[in-house]
Ligand binder design. Structure first.
Ligand code: RIB
Ligand code: CA
Length: 325
């Protein structure tokens, strides 16, 4: 099985990413980062998720609570209580966890694990503060990592602002460090993840599994989808984070295209934007981009997700949830 570390901010969709990954991959550990809620809350949520799914063998290390560089505008309420609730995992009633985090800091856990284990892939599903800090702390991990498959960014419109997606927006400098590192990056942006919107139909399929984890996830999605319906009038809630896990399980399920992706860090209206260069995808674009992008020494390019098979995604997710207690 592929060896991965999940870096997350649970978060309803982060919980689904953890459950999907643990059902198919060798999850060496989970590191937590401030994002959807405070570091304390997302860390506690992570422990609750693992206990509910009987995944308590997976170590959890608490990472960075604040971004390397917060956007210029007021981010005091950057945590996502609107969508994920005051706990960050509102909906299901879960007991306080008996398990606890390990002593290592999340950034040290990433560095130590990658330096001692070959072919590890990082799966960040929150702001990139931990991953960027690990790359800065120990640059040698760049050559040891198999890759980074992340949820974040956008091909065009944003969600937290008109031009930026939440995970990138919270820490644009961290995102710049990761995207320019040279480590192979697969980007599952909201242009892709919005193609897998969970509606009452999928929630019904999950609840009918009649197992503890299925009921937990159905309760999660009732709250999450309810938030999205109330706030945005949409028919369902996009399952952003589990998309970043899919390429490690079934690469054929997502169509990726190589692009240069730059992170806007200083724009008055565009801070946190993933500026994706896809001129080669236009009719009169520079068709030989692919050869240029892969030329030795060329600035790194990112594999940007464009299309995901929705039916196969939900079948994979629900089949995986059925394997839990
Ligand atoms: O923009 C979507 C991302 O922001 C997801 O990772 C979600 O969990 C939130 O963190
Ligand atoms: Ca997340």
């Amino acid at each position: 099985m592929k060896k991965v570390i999940i870096d997350c901010d649970p978060g309803h969709d982060d919980a689904l990413a953890i459950l999907l990954a643990a059902g198919h991959l060798d999850v060496l550990g989970i590191t937590t980062v401030g994002g959807n809620q405070t570091l304390e809350k997302v860390t506690n949520n992570t422990l609750k998720i693992l206990e509910c799914a009987e995944l308590t063998h997976i170590p959890v290390a608490r990472g960075m609570g604040e971004p390397l560089m917060a956007p210029r505008i007021d981010t005091s309420d950057i945590h996502g209580p609107d969508v994920h609730g005051t706990t960050g995992l509102d909906g299901p009633e879960l007991p306080e966890p008996d398990i606890s985090i390990i002593a290592s800091h999340g950034v040290d856990f990433i560095v130590d694990t990658v330096m001692s284990t070959n072919d590890v892939t990082l799966i960040p599903t929150g702001p990139l503060t931990n991953v960027a800090s690990a790359l800065r702390r120990e640059p040698r991990i760049k050559d040891r990592l198999a890759g980074i498959s992340l949820m974040g960014g956008n091909l065009a419109i944003g969600n937290v602002t008109a031009t930026a997606e939440f995970n990138i927006y919270v820490d644009p400098l961290a995102a710049h460090i990761v995207f320019s590192s040279g480590v192979p990056v697969k980007m599952c942006g909201i242009n892709l993840t919005r193609q897998v919107m969970a509606t009452d139909v999928e929630i019904g399929r999950i609840r009918s599994l009649n197992n503890r984890v299925g009921t937990f996830v159905a309760d999660l999605l009732d709250f999450y989808v309810g938030s999205i319906k109330r706030l945005y009038g949409l028919p369902g809630g996009a399952l952003h984070d589990p998309c970043a896990v899919v390429p490690l399980i079934n690469p054929q399920m997502i169509q990726f295209e190589p692009m240069r992706v730059a992170i806007e860090r200083y724009g008055e209206h565009t801070t946190g934007m993933t500026v994706c260069d896809y001129r080669h995808l236009q009719d009169s674009g520079n068709a030989d981009f692919r050869t240029i992008a892969r030329r030795k020494g060329a600035p790194p390019y990112t594999d940007v997700g464009l299309k995901i098979n929705r039916d196969r995604f939900f079948d994979l997710l629900i089949e995986t949830l059925a394997t839990y207690p």
